[in-house]
Design a protein around this ligand. Structure first.
Ligand code: MOS
Length: 730
């Protein structure tokens, strides 16, 4: 099915099942420990051996010798695979550095081998016996130091009007630089895979957000035809972008299993993850805003510098600045430097999340210069069209509504505009806010739907559920379309034998994947109507029956002994080009800062989101509160500390890389505006998960400023950066 005109009314609009806050159908499996995760496939793999990954101990250079003799002779060892005996390997298109390094080393903890043994302890013990000699080379590890060597990324540059002239002429100007650090996904489940060969075919039970990307790249890397590779990933303990791509665990499980002649399972030990896998790259962001005295933006410029390995990519931190606020003269640019740190890539709303951490502090600073309330300043500069292409409007844009409702619900009028003046005992308190923005992407998505002789429906698609609720919203979609109770729908996900879906990334998953299920269900309805002798257009699907006129047939009867099956792919036409599709919101935060120690406590948080139809308010809320929590991490805690001499992230475990926990955030509230977006898909939904993160960091930074009067422009906002600037208190 091709979606290329705005959706009219359709069966989803009944909202009998879709749009309801239904509990996750996979919840009981998870809470009872029965959901099979990649490292625990005892249900399908007998007698697996254990692989332990060896990471390179240098950031750049060469292995000059690898002595694996002692490891091979160690108790229980079945195989040792390194670049010397792995055979010729190709390279996938999604990873910048090779997933099995050697003799060249491209980054610290790049995998250089896997030791396979009968037990995990034997594999780990033998891995420690591998002797590696390196010829170390100097590398570039400091973004600030290589900033001037960064090259401009042409496809991300944009210029509208005369930015420099308008900025220079603006009566009120802001020119500030902000930094965000390298960050790690720090998902709960590590990268993990169990691999088993059957002849020259391999099956890998893994933890991956994008099944088809993973199959494609594993086949390329192993030099196999795609049909010889199967990936299965029904449950994922968090991905956050780190599991969008094939990583070393899957490749080394496959190589280890081939060498050992046994199924092999590999989990990356936590201390290997931060440097072996991808991370969110650090940024340096310069923002310039020029305004009239009454608060109209006349010039807005946003430039961002980041680094990556040779052949890598920039953190796209400036894109929201093209679209979020009005202004006739505009400039955005990305610059990319070569760094020899581990590979940078997508993490938790790449682009907008770090971009808004800078932009939305800048907006707060500008509002203060103008003497205009920060909420009002954003409202004054709203635009209903793409400011760079005024003939292109947003499909739906309710930023102003989100700002106004958020301000009202949060009690924004109680904010003291003068910072550092509100005190409650030892606590300085403050309120901060930011706009939320994240683009809505759509991706082709396929599904297969079966109706069996009992009138039960089974949906199969390689879509993944990364903790987001995919199982549940897909079941809701099929139940709505076929007219059966939710309990009569079975959803099977995450297997490359199922139709290729949108996968989980970039907050495109929910809308795109359910649209694919919608397409397959439209076909199944046609097949059922035909079997029942009805015109499809007249047929009504409800309560396990298909009806037309005064005749009805049960779905079980229509399905017959053999059942019916339909498969389709939702393909998206050019609506995403003709309209700018984005999601909008507002974030409000109250903080308390200890006047003596500088310790920050989040008191309460509110997000208001306008993101099309909310398919399941319960799972959507969980997405948003999780994202808000990530925003607290980004604002206050998360930073990979770079060793600039040796080129690695020092705090490579969860003791040193801190993320927020429940106790850090006593109160979170989420409001969804009642919105449908018929331009996004027949579901009229959009992404919402990543929207919940975009803007949070700046709202916290702005609240800390309001509480203390100390403006911190370098994340994370740790107390060492403002302790000497706290107001004097008795
Ligand atoms: Mo997301 S960072 O595209 O998984």
């Amino acid at each position: 099915m091709k979606f290329d005109t705005p959706a009219g009314s359709n069966p989803i609009d009944q909202l009998k099942v879709v749009g309801h806050p239904i509990d996750r159908i996979d919840g009981p499996l998870k809470t009872t420990g029965h959901a099979p995760y990649a490292y625990e496939r005892h249900d399908v793999v007998a007698n697996p051996a254990y692989g332990y990954v060896i990471g390179a101990a240098i950031a750049k250079g060469r292995i000059t010798a690898m002595d694996v003799g002692a490891a091979r002779a160690a108790p229980g060892v079945l195989a040792v695979v390194t670049h010397e005996n792995a055979g010729p390997l190709g390279k996938g298109s999604m990873n910048t550095a090779r997933l099995l390094g050697g003799p060249e080393i491209e980054h610290y903890h790049q995998a250089i081998g896997v030791v396979v043994a009968e037990t995990f302890e034997q594999a780990r013990d033998a891995a420690a016996l591998v002797k590696v000699t390196y010829a170390r080379e100097e590398g570039a590890f400091d973004l600030a130091a290589v900033r001037d060597s960064a090259r401009k990324v042409e496809q991300s540059a944009s210029a509208v009007g005369d930015f420099e002239g308008a900025f220079a002429a603006a009566p009120v100007q802001l020119d500030q630089t902000y930094t965000t650090p390298d960050q790690s996904h720090a998902m709960m489940e590590p990268h993990a895979s169990t691999a088993a060969w059957d002849g020259d075919s391999v099956t890998v039970w893994t933890s991956n957000q994008m099944i088809d990307w993973g199959v494609t790249d594993l086949a390329k890397t192993l030099n196999l035809p795609k049909e010889k590779v199967r990936l299965v990933s029904p449950f994922i303990g968090g991905g956050f972008g780190g599991k969008l791509f094939l990583r070393a665990d899957a490749l080394l499980a496959a190589l280890g299993a081939r060498a050992a002649g046994r199924p092999v399972k590999v989990a990356l030990p936590r201390p290997l993850m931060m440097n072996n896998t991808t991370h969110r790259p650090a940024t340096i962001q310069r923002i310039r805003i020029g305004c009239t005295r009454d608060g109209r933006i006349t010039a807005i410029g946003h430039e961002s510098w980041s680094g990556d390995l040779p052949g890598g990519q920039p953190e796209t931190a400036v894109d929201q600045t093209r679209l979020l606020y009005a202004g006739a003269n505009r400039l955005t640019a990305l610059r990319l430097a070569v760094l020899d740190l581990p590979e940078g890539n997508a993490m938790r709303a790449p682009g907008e999340a770090p971009g808004l951490m800078a932009l939305e502090i800048a907006m707060d600073e500008m509002a203060e210069k103008l003497g205009i309330d920060p909420v009002e300043f954003r409202i004054i500069n709203d635009t209903q069209v793409d400011p760079g292409q005024p003939d292109r409007s947003f499909s739906r844009r309710q930023l102003v509504e989100c700002l106004r409702l958020g301000a009202e619900r949060f009690g924004w009028r109680n904010r003291d505009p003068v910072p550092g003046r509100r005190r409650n005992g030892r606590w300085l308190t403050g309120l901060g806010m930011a706009a939320a923005f994240r683009n809505n992407l759509v991706m082709a998505s396929g599904a297969r739907v079966r109706l069996d002789r009992q009138g039960r429906v089974t949906v199969e698609t390689d879509m993944t559920d990364i903790g987001t609720g995919s199982y549940t919203i897909i079941a809701q979609t099929a139940a709505e379309m076929i007219g059966v109770p939710l309990e009569h729908v079975t959803v099977r996900l995450g297997d490359s034998r199922f139709p290729v879906s949108a996968g989980s990334g970039g907050q495109w998953g929910a809308n795109s994947a359910t649209a694919g299920v919608y397409a397959a269900c439209v076909k199944l309805r046609e097949a059922v109507a035909q079997k029942a002798g009805f015109n499809t257009a007249d047929a009504v699907f409800a309560e396990g029956q298909v009806r037309a006129g005064n005749r009805s047939v049960s779905l079980a009867e229509a399905a017959g002994e053999a059942g019916l099956v339909a498969e389709d792919v939702m393909e998206f036409g050019d609506l995403a080009k003709r309209y700018q599709q984005s999601t909008f919101g507002s974030h409000f935060v109250e903080v308390a800062v200890d006047a003596h120690t500088g310790e920050v406590r989040i008191r309460r948080m509110l997000a208001v989101c306008a993101a099309g139809r909310i398919l399941n308010p319960k799972s959507a809320r969980s997405q948003v509160i999780g994202a808000m929590t990530m925003g607290v991490g980004a604002a206050l805690m998360e930073e990979l500390a770079v060793d600039r001499r040796h080129g690695f992230f020092v705090n490579h475990d969860l003791a040193g890389y801190e993320v927020p926990v429940h106790a850090d955030i006593p109160h979170q509230e989420v409001i969804f505006l009642d919105e449908v977006d018929p331009i996004s898909s027949p579901m009229k939904a959009k992404g919402v998960g990543e929207l919940g993160l975009c803007g949070v960091g700046a709202a916290i930074a702005n609240a800390i400023y309001n509480a203390t009067g100390a403006r911190v422009r370098d994340y994370p906002i740790t107390l060492d950066k403002y302790l000497d600037r706290l107001p004097d208190v008795a």
